[in-house]
Write a protein that binds this ligand. Structure first.
Ligand code: GLC
Length: 593
């Protein structure tokens, strides 16, 4: 992973320079919404569950479907509309389910198809929709298609994957995430050929250029839709199409055409949009469903091609520019000294808002299973500020014009565990990067320090239910350590506290649901040069609200240029607002004007 992740991160930064435009400064025309523009997936709040870490029912230390079923009432109590479940299909778990060996069966550790049916039923009974992960850029190397494919050069499944016969020489470089040598090709002596894998060698890339592969995938998608699921989150879907001549890509070409970024190259395959259109015609258009692309490699220049309605492809995508902000190119995932640069952060989110102003639709997130905990990365997880800064970030996510994707545990203010040694990590990415740095004689201490902030496992520690053993997550030994702060940060404790992060999240969801201005209202950035406070209005059909967010641990003044004195306070993470012109540390205040 390391090789590619570094390239991707560098790319994200370069791309933001290349494609950046100024935040919208046009005069405000209040948005309005009519029934044709309204869509359930635009109004939804999506709650992401990482099943491995949510709730273990059978005591093996691994979260499971019955565990989720046992907590459906909790999920309902949040007020969320859609659950996105990370992969639950049969998998040898090289990458925690992102290596699927059978798309139509459930991973043993997670339960059975019957459990799945009960889960879906339980969600629908509660009026909550279910979105599954669709991982079809690659399968597991233990999938029966791949087992056949590697068997012989003439096997009917041979061209379900991308092979390069060794007598042609070595194939041109392609990056392979998670691989210690950074290469996306693996030599297989059985047939004297290399196969392509953009991730680990256990995740061979499927050959979408083969119509049979596409038909198999579309059939499988229909299988899940016919069971009643409500949509798919599509894992690295921009990478599916490949130029199968696998030309040599020079650095010059990469720089000039793809902003120096392999992921932009990978997300620009020749027939990508033909395949997405075909998927739409064959599957998505037949169901009342939602579709969201993991927008790896997608920029503001290419985003519309995926999501505009007249393209007939997907509904939404989530970009990587936000979560990549501040990573230093050429390093692991180090963050710029001095923490987040609010002006850059704000310009970036304003830019992404503006590109979907007239067409398409955006998403917003600050955490997921591939990211550290939101409060550690974007707020302040010291005991003094963890709760306030976490609520401030939640306010941001739930007051922007985009569908919020909220990661389970963030509603409690869960923060990074910050492991001390590599032995504590379970993630293929961290382990691979460590090995690569070790092989290259790099600075392992620096790497481990960096991982305390950036590693994916920080977002994967068990959900904290109560202050009993292992946070009430399991009666067994958890597959990954529980954050020791579970004694104080947990659902049971927060239920009792009306000011807790948990109850604040519920109130904000209610506010968003009761006021469509938060969903569809025109966004305008205010006080553009303020280094400490992010201020914006949302406006629609005569209703106007203002959101003020102090991103620092100091009192900060704001000059919104709007008279807020007669405004009605709708939310404040301190309980009550003191002054609209000076915000307390990490204060978030929302007024109706
Ligand atoms: C996506 C997933 C990530 C996984 C990778 C390979 O980025 O979110 O968890 O490792 O794809 O499937």
């Amino acid at each position: 992973m390391s090789q590619m992740r570094r390239l991707l991160l560098a790319a994200a930064i370069i791309s933001s320079a290349i494609f950046s435009c100024q935040p919208n400064s046009k005069p405000v025309i209040a948005a309005s919404v009519d029934s044709t523009n309204r869509k359930w997936w635009k109004e939804a709040v999506v709650y992401q569950i990482y099943p491995r870490s949510f709730k273990d029912f059978d005591g093996d230390g691994i979260g499971d479907l019955k565990g989720i079923i046992s907590r459906l009432d909790y999920i309902k109590s949040l007020g969320v509309d859609v659950i996105w479940l990370n992969p639950i299909y049969a998998s040898p778990n090289a990458d925690n389910g992102y290596d699927i060996s059978d798309y139509e069966n459930i991973m043993k550790e997670f339960g059975t198809m019957q459990d799945f049916d009960s889960l879906l039923h339980g969600l629908h009974q509660r009026n909550i929709k279910l979105v599954m992960d669709l991982v079809v850029n690659h399968s597991s190397n233990e999938h029966k298609w791949f087992l056949q494919s590697r068997n012989s050069r003439t096997n009917p499944y041979r061209d379900y994957y991308h092979w390069w016969n060794a007598e042609r020489g070595k194939p041109a470089f392609r990056p392979g995430s998670f691989e210690v040598d950074g290469s996306g090709w693996r030599y297989d002596s059985l047939t004297n050929a290399y196969y392509l894998h953009y991730f680990s060698y256990k995740q061979p890339d499927l050959n979408w250029e083969n119509p049979k592969v596409r038909q198999e995938i579309f059939r499988m998608m229909r299988f899940w839709f016919d069971k009643g699921i409500d949509g798919f989150r599509m894992d690295v879907i921009p990478f599916i199409a490949k130029d199968t001549t696998f030309p040599v890509i020079t650095q010059k070409e990469l720089d000039e055409k793809y902003g120096g970024a392999w992921d932009h190259y990978m997300a620009s395959g020749p027939h990508l949009h033909d395949y997405l259109k075909e998927m739409n015609t064959e599957v998505l258009s037949k169901y009342n469903c939602m579709s969201v692309a993991e927008g790896a490699g997608v920029t503001t220049a290419t985003a519309h091609d995926f999501v505009d309605e007249d393209r007939h492809e997907l509904n939404m995508l989530y970009h990587f520019e936000g979560v990549s902000l501040g990573f230093v190119p050429g390093k692991f995932k180090e963050i710029e000294p001095g923490g987040i640069k609010l002006i850059a952060f704000r310009n970036l989110y304003s830019k992404w808002d503006s590109i979907f102003e007239e067409r398409g639709w955006g998403t917003i997130y600050l955490g997921n299973h591939d990211q550290p905990r939101m409060v550690t990365r974007w707020g302040n997880d010291s005991p003094e500020w963890r709760e306030l800064s976490s609520k401030m970030l939640t306010t941001f996510l739930l007051t922007m014009r985009a569908t919020p994707y909220y990661y389970a545990g963030d509603e409690l203010g869960m923060n990074n565990i910050k492991f001390n040694s590599i032995e504590e990590y379970k993630d293929i990415e961290s382990i691979g990067m460590y090995q690569q740095i070790k092989n290259n004689g790099g600075d392992l201490r620096e790497f481990l320090n960096d991982q305390k902030i950036t590693a994916r496992d920080n977002g994967r520690t068990p959900f904290q239910w109560d202050n009993s053993n292992n946070a009430g997550f399991t009666a067994g030994t958890p597959w990954i350590k529980v954050n020791p702060n579970y004694k104080t940060v947990n659902v049971a404790g927060e239920e009792k506290d009306s000011m807790s992060c948990l109850n604040y999240f519920r109130k904000l969801i209610k506010l968003r649901k009761e006021n469509l201005v938060f969903v569809y209202g025109k966004y305008q950035l205010l006080d553009k040069d303020n280094p400490n406070v992010y201020a914006y209005t949302r406006e629609m059909d005569g209703k106007k609200v203002i959101v003020l967010l102090n991103f620092t641990s100091k009192p900060a003044s704001v000059n919104a240029g709007i008279n807020i004195d007669n405004g009605r306070l709708l939310m404040d993470n301190y309980g009550k607002a003191s002054s609209a012109s000076t915000l307390r540390p990490y204060e978030a205040a929302v007024y109706q004007l």
